[in-house]
Design a protein around this ligand. Structure first.
Ligand code: PMP
Length: 282
């Protein structure tokens, strides 16, 4: 695979970053993951806008214009597989002597790679996945898409160790999001997802689901979900760019609803796939 690093396109296994890069030393950087269907990046403008927000929130000037980002992403897509891909990009504060304070004149490190996008396993769509609830131990700025993911990694691994696919996080007994996904629940027949804010990442897939619900007259509320509500939800979904919309059919070992992917999930999943296919053919 061919990646982009600081102005050059090169084989991924030859790309190197100096050990004093602040991404390596401090986790001082931000990232995006963008699905690519039939060679076309999906909701690229939304991803570039979120990248810009993340950069602003860490006081790092965006090193590239949206046009430059678009061109680089297109080049990386072209250099790689024909099939669906997922673009990973990250920007760090660059290489500098190790010191917590921001360095003066350092050039940010810009890295873009592509991975094959593996379609979501049909077994997961037929049976759903398990999730466990865990205390949200992360920091106060979860709206920033930071590369420092140690808490998320520990939480996800705890879920995997329990035989589950995701950890659903609770802060003061309210759902925030998953370790690497956003959360929806069906409560009293209505779709509900926690409101955006500093407690969760504004997921591009989350926003699309809210948008598609609106377009198809599916009632959707953005409000807090209590632990109690989550435990009794008729349906629970997790959303992310790479996992799309997955039904959670077991929570903490108990079935969600009747323990099968629910009717509203079936409907939204079909709407989402149609939307993707329209883009493919556009
Ligand atoms: N929350 C967290 C913490 C995530 O890591 C992700 C996926 N990167 C999401 C939500 C989902 O965001 P998106 O739909 O933009 O992939």
């Amino acid at each position: 695979p061919i990646c982009y690093l600081n102005g050059d396109y090169q084989p991924l296994d030859e790309a190197c970053v100096p050990v004093l890069d602040r991404g390596f030393i401090f986790g001082d950087g931000v990232y995006e993951v963008i699905p690519v269907y039939a060679g076309k990046p999906f909701r690229l403008d939304h991803h570039l806008e979120r990248l810009n927000d993340s950069l602003n929130n860490i006081y790092l000037a965006n090193p590239l214009s949206d046009e430059q980002w678009t061109r680089i992403i297109q080049q990386v897509i072209m250099h790689n597989a024909e099939g669906d891909q997922s673009i990973y990009l990250q920007v760090t504060r660059g290489v500098a002597k190790r010191d917590h304070g921001f360095p003066g004149e350092t050039r940010p490190t810009v890295f873009v790679m592509s991975n094959p996008f593996s379609a979501v396993d049909t077994k997961l769509l037929e049976e759903g996945v398990g999730a466990i609830t865990l205390e949200d131990i992360r920091w106060q700025y979860c709206h920033i898409k930071s590369i420092a993911l140690l808490p998320n990694i520990l939480l996800r691994q705890q879920a995997l160790n329990a035989g589950a696919a995701e950890a659903i996080l609770l802060k003061a007994d309210k759902v925030t999001e998953g370790a690497a996904s956003n959360v929806f629940a069906v409560l009293d027949g209505k779709l509900v997802t926690p409101p955006k804010g500093e407690c969760l990442l504004p997921g591009i897939t989350r926003d699309l689901v809210v948008e598609l619900a609106d377009k198809h007259d599916i009632a959707c509320e953005q409000r807090d979900i209590s632990r109690e509500e989550l435990l009794h939800a008729a349906e629970i979904w997790i959303t992310s760019s790479t996992r799309e919309i997955l039904p959670v059919t077991h929570l903490d070992g108990h079935p969600v609803g009747d323990g099968l992917p629910g009717p509203l999930w079936q409907k939204m999943y079909a709407i989402y796939q149609d939307h993707k296919n329209e883009l493919r053919q556009a």
